[in-house]
Design a protein around this ligand. Structure first.
Ligand code: 5AD
Ligand code: SF4
Length: 441
C-alpha cells in the first residue's frame, strides 16, 4: 500500500492553491491522500499568520502531533506557508517543537520533494526558506479540489506594505507571471472541464507582464477569448491601482463576473494614511461610482479593520457611514491584530480590546442589515447559478453561485440530478443575510 499524506491548510486562497500544488507534488512521488491526519504517514501544515488567532491555532494543532511522533517513529511532520517565514516562529519551533521534520517557505514549494526525500534518506531535519525568490515558478501540476473551478495565480508577493500587514514580509516582493503563461494554464484547465477561474494576486491591479508590459485589463481581455471558460473571477483589487481600463472590462469581457472584492479597510482619511493605503475616501467612492456606472448590477464586497491604532470614535463612525454609503453586498470584518515586525504594531496608541470588540459588533450589525436588505432585492427574480454541490442531507437541495457570487441553496424536483459546474436557471424565493433560497426553473 502506498504511503498516505494529509495537508492542513489555514488562511487565504493563495494558501489553498499552494496546498493544491503540494498535493500534486506528493502524488507525483507516489503518496496517496488520507482524509484523516492521524492515519497519514506525512502531514503538511500550510500555515497563515495574517492575525494572531491564526498564529495561536497553529501552535496548538502542531503540539497535538507530538503524540503521533512518539507512537510512529516514521511519521513525518512538515510545516510550510507564512508562519515559518518569520524568524521568531523558526526560533519557537526550534525551541519547543524540535521534532518537526521539514520546514519550507512560501517561495520554496518546488523544493519540497527534494527536502522530503533528503529527510527520508538521511533521517535529518530539512529546512529551506528564502525571502525573495526572483523566479516565477511555472509547470506545477496542482491536485485541484474542484473539477469545475480552479485557482490560478497571476502575481506572487506584495509591494504595498500596508502598515498593519505581514504579507509583504511572508510572501516577498511582487512578481507577475506572463499573460502567455496564465492563458496557457487557463486553456489547459478548460480543456480539462474547468468552467470558472479565480485569478489570484495580493493586488491584481498591479499585474504587469514582464515580457510585454501587458496590464491586468489586457490579461482579462485575453482570457475572455478562452474556449469553454464560462466565468472569470479575481481577487484582490486595490482601490489605489484599479484603472478605468480595468473597469471597462466589465463592459467588454462577457465572461467577467459582475462582482468585485474591493477592500476599503476603513472610511477615514487620517487612518487610511496611517495604514499606508495610498487612497482616500473620495478616491474609493469614485471607484465604486465608476464600477456601478459601467456595470450597474455589480456586487461589491470588502475587507474592513476596526480598532487600528489611534482610531477615534469619530473615525470609526466614518467607516460606518462609508458602509451605509456604499451599501456592500457583504464584508469581511476584522479586529486589528498587531503583527510583529509591521510598523503599526509599534504605534503607541493601541486601542483597548473591549473598545475594539464593541466597534466590531456595531460594524457587523451595520453590514448584516445592509446585506439582508440587498439580498431581499433578488427575491422573485431568476438568475443563472453555477452548480457547486448537493446537500449532504437532502438529494433535492443543491447549492451554487450567481454571477455576482451570491450563494444560492435551491430545490430541484425529485428524480433530477445536476452535475457540478453546469449553469442552471434558479428563481429566488427567499433571502437570508448570507445566502439566497430558490427553486430550479
Ligand atoms: N489585523 C487585522 N486584520 C488584518 N488584515 C490584514 N492584516 C491584519 C491585521 N494585522 C485583514 C485586511 C486584509 C485581510 C486579508 O485581512 O483587511 O484585507
Ligand atoms: Fe497586505 Fe496591503 Fe499587500 Fe494587501 S495590499 S497583502 S493588505 S500589504
Amino acid at each position: 500500500m502506498a504511503n498516505l499524506y494529509h495537508i492542513i491548510t489555514y488562511g487565504c486562497q493563495m494558501n489553498e492553491h499552494d496546498s493544491e500544488n503540494i498535493a500534486g507534488l506528493l502524488e507525483a512521488m507516489g503518496y496517496e491522500y488520507a482524509d484523516d491526519a492521524y492515519e497519514a504517514d506525512i502531514v503538511v501544515m500550510n500555515t497563515c499568520s495574517i492575525r494572531e488567532n491564526a498564529d495561536k491555532r497553529f501552535f496548538g494543532v502542531l503540539g497535538q502531533f507530538k503524540k503521533l511522533k512518539k507512537t510512529n517513529p516514521d511519521f513525518i511532520l512538515c510545516v510550510c506557508g507564512c508562519m515559518p517565514q518569520q524568524p521568531r516562529v523558526i526560533e519557537e519551533i526550534k525551541k519547543s517543537f524540535a521534532w518537526v521534520d521539514v520546514i519550507f517557505g512560501t517561495q520554496n514549494i518546488k523544493q519540497f520533494p527534494e527536502l522530503l526525500d533528503a529527510r527520508i534518506r538521511t533521517g535529518r531535519k530539512q529546512m529551506a526558506i528564502i525571502d525573495n525568490n526572483p523566479v516565477v515558478e511555472e509547470d506545477m501540476e496542482p491536485k485541484r479540489v474542484f473539477r469545475h473551478k480552479a485557482l490560478v495565480n497571476i502575481t506572487y508577493g506584495c509591494n504595498n506594505f500596508c502598515t498593519y500587514c505581514i504579507v509583504p514580509y511572508t510572501r516577498g516582493r511582487e512578481k507577475s507571471r506572463t499573460i502567455k503563461d496564465v492563458k496557457c494554464e487557463v486553456e489547459r484547465l478548460c480543456a480539462d472541464g474547468v468552467k470558472e477561474v479565480m485569478l489570484l494576486g495580493q493586488n491584481v491591479d498591479s499585474f504587469k507582464d514582464a515580457a510585454t508590459g501587458g496590464t491586468f485589463a489586457d490579461l482579462l481581455r485575453e482570457l475572455d477569448t478562452v474556449d469553454g471558460l464560462e466565468r472569470i473571477r479575481f481577487m484582490t483589487s486595490h482601490p489605489k491601482d484599479i484603472s478605468d481600463d480595468m473597469i471597462s472590462c466589465y463592459q467588454t469581457c462577457s465572461k467577467l463576473c459582475h462582482n468585485i472584492h474591493l477592500p476599503v479597510q476603513c472610511g477615514n482619511d487620517r487612518v487610511l494614511k496611517r495604514m499606508n493605503r495610498h487612497y482616500d475616501r473620495a478616491r474609493y467612492l469614485d471607484r465604486v461610482a465608476k464600477l456601478r456606472e459601467v456595470c450597474p448590477d455589480i456586487t461589491i464586497s470588502t475587507d474592513i479593520i476596526v480598532g487600528f491604532p489611534g482610531e477615534t470614535e469619530e473615525e470609526f463612525e466614518d467607516t460606518l457611514s462609508l458602509c451605509k454609503e456604499v451599501r456592500y453586498d457583504s464584508a469581511f470584518t476584522f479586529i486589528y491584530s498587531p503583527r510583529e515586525g509591521t510598523p503599526a504594531a509599534r504605534f503607541e496608541d493601541q486601542i483597548p480590546e473591549e473598545i475594539k470588540h464593541a466597534r466590531f459588533d456595531r460594524l457587523v450589525d451595520c453590514i448584516n442589515e445592509i446585506s439582508l436588505e440587498k439580498n431581499k432585492c433578488y427575491v422573485g427574480g431568476t438568475y443563472d447559478v453555477l452548480v457547486e454541490g448537493i446537500s449532504k442531507n437532502d438529494d433535492c437541495i443543491y447549492s451554487g453561485r450567481t454571477d455576482g457570487f451570491k450563494l444560492v441553496n435551491f430545490t430541484v424536483p425529485e428524480g433530477i440530478a445536476l452535475t457540478d459546474g453546469t449553469i442552471v436557471k434558479v428563481q429566488i424565493t427567499d433571502a437570508k443575510t448570507f445566502s439566497l433560497e430558490g427553486r430550479l426553473i
